[in-house]
Design a protein around this ligand. Structure first.
Ligand code: SF4
Ligand code: SF4
Length: 64
């Protein structure tokens, strides 16, 4: 199962960006305030869309 992490040092936040949340086909992410959080990691298929749309490289999908 892939693991999904967000580096909050470089993430632009849900209000300014939110592209990972908006584009993930599996609804892995949710929004808490201005923060995008990984909520349903077990649903991740490893498609890589979140990495493709992230403007800062903050979200990473790794295969164990
Ligand atoms: S790799 Fe695909 S399924 Fe997994 S969190 Fe990113 S966009 Fe969603
Ligand atoms: S796409 Fe990247 S910068 Fe934008 S909210 Fe997601 S992790 Fe943060």
């Amino acid at each position: 199962m892939p693991s999904v992490t967000i580096d909050y040092q470089i993430c632009k936040g849900a209000k300014e960006c939110g592209e990972c949340y908006n584009n993930c086909p599996m609804e892995v992410f949710t929004i808490e305030g201005d923060k995008v959080v990984v909520a349903n990691e077990e649903e991740c298929t490893g498609c890589g869309v979140c990495e493709d749309v992230c403007p800062t490289g903050a979200v990473k999908v790794k295969f164990e």
